[in-house]
Design a protein around this ligand. Structure first.
Ligand SMILES: Nc1nc2c(c(=O)[nH]1)N[C@H]1C(S)=C(S)[C@@H](COP(=O)(O)O)O[C@H]1N2
Ligand SMILES: [Mo]
Length: 438
């Protein structure tokens, strides 16, 4: 049975919607294990570790679609319809009937963006963009700005409160600052907050915010904060927040507001995100961490152990993934709760995929952040995306063991740093039991 099928049969309903992601992982690791000469044993040992998190609540999506030849492709970018959906709203804005969507501005033809000063903490601006004045921004005007200012960048969408990625996208849009400049801001502008259509019910509003400096400048070579209208080369669909959503490259998902309708310029000095009300760390950028996808539950004594997984490349970059195996018979040092003294060895970071997937011609469009003129990544792995890893670990005497993986960031710091704060984004070191027995 092909490795892909073994894995697909092993995993349960809970991660069906990760199928595309797994298909890519399988393809990358298959090449790695072939090279390492352990492909056969990898197949027989393979068991998939389903990391328990809140993902069960995100609606499972369809199975991976085999492409024409019956062979599964390995798209790096997740098809828009295969993203996991964690949207709020009663009803969900993307589930509204078409005529209602037209009425409330959730179509490209009827979308209008208002950009105003905050009445409670006013910023001085010369020209608000409002519906009453007839100055609000429509989709055509946004695309017009796009002709000279459009940018594209790859980014993994991750929920602060979930471990596993919702999807990898190539996001395209106009820098938010271009629209802010249209309002001719003069003074008392310290932050920007923004929200989308929420059934005209104040209790359903989901709001996020940023310091103005982050919107006007792109620190540390980050792509700009954008008003996004395309995902993977296609119009942003309603489920992903279309016609227009915000995408903040370095942030967790809650900063990337969908069905955008309002941008408010404010002199407020602090964050007023809806997420802050739920005890979340709203200034926490995307973390670097490693997670396991496949690890054997049981191996024979002396048999090499193949393991693989993915790593999220957060704001601090990724230089390595490391793995360790410790015998449960030996007591762990008491002063090492974050496994800094575990016997870490380097895993192999797998190369860039051959197939990026689902863009009109399969390639990376010109002028995509992080890629050169012919669509080759300038560095690998790319910051703010996922990379895959694999390792072959030496055989062990009979006994019970614990496997762990972690990342080392570009500064050489082990990530996750000892940072057990769940509300700052998933950054835990996973521990997985392995039995070595005849
Ligand atoms: N308007 C609106 N935007 C929103 C949300 C929401 O509930 N309403 N959820 C946010 C959260 S918490 C996440 S994790 C991301 C998920 O983005 P995705 O659905 O494209 O994967 O959307 C964000 N944008
Ligand atoms: Mo989220």
């Amino acid at each position: 049975m092909p490795l892909a099928d073994v894995i697909m049969n092993t995993i349960g309903v809970a991660i069906m919607d990760r199928a595309e992601f797994l298909a890519e992982h399988i393809e990358l690791t298959r090449r790695f294990f072939l090279k390492a000469g352990v492909f056969g044993c990898a197949v027989s040992q393979m068991a998939v570790n389903v990391v328990a998190d809140e993902t069960a609540s995100a609606a499972p999506k369809k199975h991976v679609k085999p492409d024409k030849g019956g062979v599964r492709s390995d798209p790096y970018f997740t098809p828009a319809e295969d993203f996991r959906d964690v949207s709020r709203g009663m009803p969900l804005p993307h589930s509204l009937p078409d005529d209602k969507k037209s009425e409330v501005g959730l179509t490209r033809e009827t979308w209008r963006l208002e950009v105003i000063s905050d009445p409670d903490n006013p910023a001085k601006i010369g020209r608000p963009l409002t519906k009453v004045d007839g100055t609000s921004l429509d989709f055509e005007a946004l695309l017009k700005l796009g002709e000279t200012h459009a940018v594209r960048f790859p980014k993994v969408m991750t929920c602060l409160n979930l471990g596993c990625p919702l999807g990898m996208g190539l996001w395209e849009g106009v820098p938010l600052r271009e629209v802010i400049w249209l309002t001719k801001p003069r003074e008392d502008l310290r932050r920007v907050f923004y929200y989308g259509y929420h059934n005209d019910d104040a209790t359903q509003m989901f709001r996020s915010s940023l310091p103005i400096g982050r919107v006007l400048e792109d620190l540390f070579d980050l792509p700009p904060v954008i008003l996004c209208y395309k995902l993977n080369g296609e119009w942003l669909n309603s489920e992903r927040g279309g016609p227009v959503r915000v995408v903040v490259p370095e942030a967790y998902g809650f900063k990337s507001i969908k069905w955008l309708t309002h941008v408010v310029l404010t002199n407020l000095a602090h964050a007023n995100d809806t997420y802050a009300e739920q005890n979340n760390d709203v200034d926490s950028p995307l973390k670097t961490f490693a997670a396991t996808i496949s690890v054997p539950k049981e191996v024979k004594p002396g048999e090499a152990i193949t393991v693989s997984g993915y790593a999220q490349v957060g704001i601090s970059g990724l230089s390595k993934v490391q793995v360790s195996m410790e015998s449960n018979a030996t007591e762990r040092p008491k002063n090492d709760p974050y496994f800094t003294m575990a016997p870490w060895i380097d895993a192999e970071l797998l190369p860039a995929p051959r197939q990026w997937g689902l863009l009109s011609n399969g390639g990376i469009p010109q002028q995509t952040h992080g890629f050169d003129a012919v669509g080759v990544p300038q560095n690998w792995p790319l910051r703010l995306t996922n990379a895959h890893w694999a390792a072959v670990m030496p055989g062990l005497p009979a006994g019970e063991y614990t496997f762990r993986c972690r990342t080392i960031d570009e500064q050489g710091h082990a990530q996750p740093m000892p940072r057990p704060f769940r509300k700052s984004g998933h950054a835990a070191i996973e521990s997985i039991g392995i039995l070595v027995a005849d």
